[in-house]
Design a protein. Structure first.
Length: 128
């Protein structure tokens, strides 16, 4: 099992059943840049620009390519395990030991188990 920081621009815990990742096409027309998520992997959802992680999700299926999505073609089904409604209660990048500069323009980062555990512990104190 891997632990991830999944960068998103918006997230709705009540309706979120998947996360998207960018793609490109190889010269043969096949999509590339498939995320390495596997079922049972866990991710902290990070909302870009907020420095906060308001949810924990579990990957429930391998990433699949959806040709109908022009920008975020790789779609990975997830199940929300915990979330906070008040973003101010969500763990920060500092809380989990991830320098903000390392997030940059990434759509996902692998986390060490202790980084994930730190974020999940803060989040679950206020989770619904």
């Amino acid at each position: 099992m891997q632990h991830w920081l999944k960068v998103m621009h918006r997230f709705s815990a009540s309706s979120q059943t998947s996360v998207g990742d960018p793609h490109r096409f190889a010269t043969d027309g096949e999509p590339v840049m498939r995320p390495a998520y596997e079922p049972a992997d866990l991710a902290l959802i990070y909302i870009a620009g907020t420095h906060r992680c308001p949810a924990v999700v579990e990957v429930v299926a391998p990433a699949a390519f959806d040709a109908g999505r022009p920008r975020w073609g790789w779609v990975t089904d997830v199940r929300v395990l915990a979330h906070v409604d008040d973003l101010a209660c969500a763990p920060t990048l500092d809380d989990i030991g991830v320098p903000a500069i390392s997030v940059g323009r990434q759509s996902r980062l692998r986390l060490r188990p202790e980084q994930f555990a730190a974020g999940r512990a803060v989040l679950e104190r206020f989770a619904r």
